[in-house]
Design a binder for this molecule. Structure first.
Ligand SMILES: Cc1cc2nc3c(=O)[nH]c(=O)nc-3n(C[C@H](O)[C@H](O)[C@H](O)COP(=O)(O)O)c2cc1C
Length: 139
């Protein structure tokens, strides 16, 4: 099995509906292929992990690369794995900058880790936890 992580920049102001459509398609496509993973969004950038059979992951990643709802897609990790980090999630999603309550959901000292599976590899946990604590740049 293979795990791939990339980061990208969302096209200006994707709506909640746009994100909802991405997640619906992702969950159904990934479920069919037994691809699992996690998509984090800070309002401006995405970081996504995809894991599954190598060919399946590459095929979905090729589609993602061509998707014009984001740009500047850069793969930051690609590795052979024995175990999934997100075995339960066809694609789970977490948006960090939900300001609906007037505050960032994640504060600097919050245990971001509690959102992520307990037994996932430490370096992957750190990668996502650090991404999710970045204050998005204002544009
Ligand atoms: C940030 C982002 C993450 C995505 N993640 C996935 C994914 O995990 N799985 C997937 O099938 N499509 C994902 N997509 C959508 C694909 O780019 C593409 O639209 C979709 O796979 C097309 O599916 P369809 O041919 O069944 O319509 C993502 C798109 C974006 C912008």
């Amino acid at each position: 099995m293979y795990r791939l992580v990339y980061v990208s920049t969302a096209k200006t102001d994707l709506s909640a509906e746009d994100i909802g459509r991405i997640l619906d398609v992702s969950q159904s496509n990934n479920h069919e292929r037994y691809i699992t993973g996690f998509l984090a969004h800070n309002g401006r950038h995405f970081m996504q992990a995809l894991e599954g059979a190598y060919e399946e992951v590459r095929e979905i990643y090729d589609r993602i690369l061509a998707d014009d709802r984001h740009e500047g897609v850069v793969q930051i990790l690609g590795e052979k794995i024995e175990q999934r980090a997100f075995p339960e999630w066809a694609m789970n999603y977490f948006r960090v900058d939900d300001r609906s309550h007037g505050a960032m959901v994640i504060q600097r000292d919050d245990p971001v880790d509690s959102l992520l599976p307990k037994d996932m590899p430490r370096e992957l946990l750190h990668l996502f936890a650090r991404f999710m604590r970045i204050e998005p740049l204002t544009v």
